[in-house]
Design a protein. Structure first.
Length: 153
């Protein structure tokens, strides 16, 4: 699937745009030249190049807008499916996994007519990460959650 998305990007855009879109959508920043990276740094928006929670938020926003005419349950199901696909397309990096799990938890909380609490979402996502992604690479995400939770109190 990642390759077919890459082929579509290559077919529709010029080389500079292709490299930027690969970085934003597929988490492949290898083709972005130093001049473009410096332009992002100097303008203060270099965080956009890092595939993370911001991109997950964009995916949620796009799915909610595109499927806005569907019922809340269908829209939520399609959004969750889109989030999971995006997570796997980008290689399931720790920030994307964390943001995806938090996004899914917030969507499910909204569906159950409960109030959303960011601390509970953060704690549940940390638990899920420890439960399913318990390799050493993902333990750093759990440490990040602990620090985040401590600082937000």
């Amino acid at each position: 699937m990642k390759k077919s998305i890459d082929n579509i990007i290559v077919r529709l855009h010029d080389e500079e745009t292709v490299n930027l879109l690969r970085g934003l959508i597929l988490a492949d920043r290898s083709g972005i030249d130093l001049e473009t990276k410096n332009a992002f740094v100097n303008s203060g928006v270099v965080h956009i190049l890092a595939v993370s929670g911001l991109n997950v938020g964009y995916v949620i926003l796009i799915f909610v807008i595109v499927f806005g005419r569907f019922s809340i349950y269908i829209r939520s199901g399609l959004t969750i499916t889109g989030l999971l696909i995006f997570m796997f397309i980008t290689g399931a990096t720790p920030p994307v996994v964390r943001a995806t799990i938090m996004g899914i938890i917030i969507i499910l909380t909204f569906l159950s007519n409960r109030s959303t609490n960011i601390f509970n979402s953060l704690a549940i996502s940390a638990f899920v990460i420890l439960l399913f992604f318990h390799n050493k690479f993902m333990i750093r995400v759990f440490n990040y959650h602990l620090v985040q939770f401590y600082l937000l109190q």
